[in-house]
Every structure is written in C-alpha cells, then in structure tokens.
Write a new protein. Structure first.
Length: 114
C-alpha cells in the first residue's frame, strides 16, 4: 500500500470516527447526560477499572496499549473522593488504631524521632 493509499484509508477511518462522535453526542443528549466524545469512554473505562482495583497490566490490555505508562499516565484519573479516602487512611495509620486522638493535648499517635 502506497503512502497516498494509506492517507486515504486514514481519512476514511477519521470520517467514521467523527460520525461515531456525532451519533454518541446525540445519544447523550437524548439520555439527558452530559455531552462527551465517544473516545472519552476509554478514559472512563480505564479510570473505573483502576478505582475498582484492577491491575495496571490488565487495564493496559483491555485498552490495547503496548505500554503501561501510556495507560496509567494518560488514561487513568483518580477522583477527588478517592484521593480524600486515601489521605484519610494515611491519617488513620498515623494515629495507630484508626481512632481520633483521645488525649488532652492531641498528641496521641504522633511520630517521635528516636
């Protein structure tokens, strides 16, 4: 296949994908959900799999990537509530038992240099 033929093939694929985006946007409008590109579903899929604890390699293979780095850097996002939950768990670990400090000066579970 020559360069011109390959370019024409890519243009055909692009036209199909643009049509898919247009149809998907119309479906979003009819369903009453926020408008999104069809391609955004890949990001959503990766992020939801990541939040549910799926292995990075498995997510990479589902999306068809050749590199975990692409998958994790570009396609996965951590929601704010997940970040808050992670920091809450760090706080629980620093307190030692998952309970708030119960002493008067608030130093229970404080880290001490030895």
């Amino acid at each position: 296949m020559g360069a011109v033929d390959r370019l024409l093939e890519l243009l055909k694929i692009r036209r199909v994908l643009l049509g898919c985006d247009f149809s998907f946007e119309a479906l979003c409008g009819r369903a009453g959900v926020r408008k999104a590109r069809f391609h955004d579903l890949r990001h959503t899929c990766a992020s939801l799999l990541h939040e549910q604890g799926a292995d990075a390699r498995m997510i990479m293979e589902v999306l068809g990537h050749s590199s975990i780095r692409v998958t994790m850097d570009i396609y996965t996002f951590v929601r704010l509530d997940s970040q808050r939950s992670a920091f809450d768990r760090v706080g629980d670990a620093l307190r030692g038992d998952g309970n708030p400090p119960d002493d008067e000066d608030g130093t229970a579970g404080a880290l001490v240099a030895v």
